[in-house]
Ligand binder design. Structure first.
Ligand SMILES: C[S@@+](CC[C@H](N)C(=O)[O-])C[C@H]1O[C@@H](n2cnc3c(N)ncnc32)[C@H](O)[C@@H]1O
Length: 258
């Protein structure tokens, strides 16, 4: 039996991507095997500028799990995931195995990885989808893997994505999603707070298209979506299962309802 990870075994070195992806860096920090040498190098470089990241991303993935279970408890069994990254390590279909899940992203390498990981899955699939343009999602896949779409409340998972959209694009995208989903649908969201403002080298690493936000400014961007009574909080403190993880408040988030 090979001790190579699926990714390492399936991708020839010449085909490995040369550009890192934040999603695959997160897979590295979560202890996954679905990433490439360029992602590990970028993860190490970022940690050199900021400090250890694994605990922060474990806490963030725990938040994903709690939001998905919360949506499941509200009766939601169809999920549309944007900016999905690598669909492992406590991702939506693992937390809610009886639900239907369509993961989407715009990064071709990550999409191919996700499709390979989910090959053979009955109720989960991975496809191209630009969160800023719903028409980019194949309607046949939407109908098959988000069966409640257009008929009953769905779960929209919007995690790790806000940082890549400026305020105008984020507000417009969230409003278009609101208009597209049935009443009672839930949005699980997060965003980068101001943590990196205190780490200029790490902030520079993220580039010009990276958007941090003051938590006080976020409700306006949600527009018509109404946060639940839990409000918007650092992710470790959003409905924690026990004592919240002792991590920096790098990410804030919550659940909002149509
Ligand atoms: C920081 S990663 C987050 C991955 C995953 N949600 C997680 O929490 O592990 C952000 C992902 O968003 C994707 N992305 C960036 N802009 C996007 C857009 N306009 N629509 C959909 N995905 C996008 C990137 O390709 C990347 O995979």
């Amino acid at each position: 039996m090979s001790d190579l990870s699926p990714t390492e075994a399936a991708v020839e070195p010449a085909d490995a991507p040369q550009v890192p992806s934040t999603a695959r860096m997160i897979d590295h920090w979560l202890g996954g095997t679905d990433h490439f040498p360029v992602d590990v190098a970028a993860a190490h470089a970022f940690e050199g500028a900021y400090g250890p990241c694994a605990d922060i991303f474990r806490s963030l993935r725990g938040f994903l799990g709690r939001t998905v279970r919360h949506l499941g408890a509200a009766g939601i069994d169809s999920f549309l995931v944007f900016g999905a990254g690598v669909p492992t390590r406590g991702n939506v279909h693992e937390v809610a195995p009886s639900a239907s899940v369509l993961y989407t992203d715009i990064d071709p390498v990550t999409i191919a990885l996700g499709q390979r990981i989910l090959a053979g899955a009955d109720r989960a699939a991975y496809a191209y989808g630009d969160a800023t343009d719903l028409s980019t999602i194949d309607p046949a896949l939407l109908a098959r893997y988000v069966p409640a779409w257009g008929r009953a409340p769905v779960g929209v998972v919007f995690l790790g994505l806000a940082a890549f959209l400026d305020d105008a694009a984020l507000a417009r995208t969230l409003d278009e999603l609101y208009a597209a989903v049935p009443a009672g649908s839930r949005l699980a969201f997060d965003f980068d707070g101001l943590e990196l403002a205190g780490h200029p080298e790490a902030l520079a690493f993220m580039g010009e298209g990276f958007h941090m936000r003051d938590p006080a400014a976020f409700p306006a961007l949600l527009g018509r979506w109404r946060p639940t009574a839990d409000g918007i909080s650092p992710v470790a403190r959003w409905r924690p299962d026990g004592p919240p993880e002792d991590v920096p408040d790098a990410f804030h988030g919550g659940v909002a309802v149509k």
